[in-house]
Design a protein around this ligand. Structure first.
Ligand SMILES: Nc1nc2c(c(=O)[nH]1)N[C@H]1C(S)=C(S)[C@@H](COP(=O)(O)O)O[C@H]1N2
Ligand SMILES: [Mo]
Length: 322
């Protein structure tokens, strides 16, 4: 807990770099509007200022274009809890230990390679990712361990990115992979899971507008412990589907392997939809501990997003496909 949310002044981006970069990002957004002028284009063609190492926790509230609360009436979990109670096994299996262990994780430069069954395989730099129109999305977040939070993410629909690479008609699934760097992270042996961490979604789940790539939270760039520089968030599924620090996305025609299913197939399926009616073999999923609250809450079907996503699973037996 000690090191957690505190940022030493030496780690904060120098003001000049910060302003230049923010203007650069703004200019990128402006270029997509009718306000774009030759002057703006000249400005964005300049190389971006050098990015600082060690995960700058920069304020990006100014580039957030739209805010939507998908957990209306529920209290937003504190920044301190969101950034000090984490699951990120590559760094630590102790939830309060991740923040300190991930403190110096290097997230610049960073690229995401997108390929497989797509028309236009492409590699995006994190600078490109931050130029997509960013939104604030307040979502409930439910871990399979039966705790939950309400998190104000910054990000954009994964669909925006997938549309750029144009999935082929044969693509049925999307596979995701986290960076694995043994020099910065602990081994598979200590983590207790195969690394790199991998996850997957059916293509229609990946294209659903609620599925986002998150670049930040609380109006700041993502802290390392939350999956910097870019992670998936699928709010109707257990937290482990929301894979962190993504370096690779592959469109496939077969169901991709997923880390927790590999680790323990009877306990963790591919779908992992939040479902109060399907017990985890070792505990009930009917209620949850909302971090920061005393009384347990009833867990909602699809984590409260049934109206939006239930139709994706029409005709499927959700007790078998857990
Ligand atoms: N690469 C990677 N991604 C991961 C994990 C992990 O250990 N490694 N843990 C998952 C689990 S179990 C949860 S609950 C969430 C936690 O996200 P948070 O720490 O931002 O709350 O990240 C998910 N994504
Ligand atoms: Mo989790």
């Amino acid at each position: 807990m000690k090191n957690g949310g505190e940022i030493k002044s030496s780690e904060i981006t120098p003001e000049a770099t910060y302003l230049n970069r923010r203007n650069f990002l703004r200019a990128g957004l402006l270029a997509g509007t009718t306000l774009a002028t030759a002057g703006v284009y000249r400005f964005i063609n300049e190389p971006p200022p050098p990015l600082v190492e060690n995960a700058p926790i920069e304020n990006i509230a100014s580039i957030v274009e739209n805010k939507t609360n998908f957990a209306a009436g529920e209290e937003i979990t504190s920044f301190k809890d969101i950034t000090n109670y984490n699951n990120y096994y590559e760094f630590s299996t102790s939830k309060s230990g991740v923040a300190a262990k991930a403190k110096d994780f290097v997230t610049r430069p960073w690229t995401i390679q997108i390929g497989g069954l797509v028309q236009k395989p492409q590699t995006f730099g994190i600078e490109d990712i931050l130029k997509f129109p960013q939104e604030e999305r307040i979502y409930r977040f439910r871990c399979v361990e039966a705790w939950s939070m309400v998190i104000p993410w910054v990000g954009f629909s994964l669909k925006t990115l997938l549309d750029k690479v144009q999935p082929l008609g044969t693509a049925k699934y999307v596979a995701f992979q986290t960076l694995y760097d043994a020099k910065q992270m602990q081994s598979s042996l200590f983590a207790g899971i195969d690394l790199p961490y991998v996850e997957g979604l059916r293509l229609d789940e990946a294209l659903h507008p609620l599925t986002i790539l998150a670049t930040g939270l609380y109006g700041k760039l993502l802290p390392n412990q939350n999956g910097a520089p870019v992670r998936l968030v699928v709010p109707w599924k257990y937290g482990f589907k929301s894979i962190k620090s993504i370096v690779k996305i592959t469109l496939t025609d077969t169901e991709p392997p997923t880390t927790w299913n590999i680790a323990n197939p009877p306990e963790y399926g591919f779908y992992s939809n939040v479902n109060p009616n399907v017990r985890h073999p070792r505990w009930s999923q009917a209620t949850e501990n909302r971090i920061g609250e005393y009384a347990r809450r009833k867990t909602l079907m699809f984590n409260g997003y049934a109206d939006e996503v239930a139709s994706l699973y029409d005709g499927m037996d959700l007790k078998k496909n857990f």
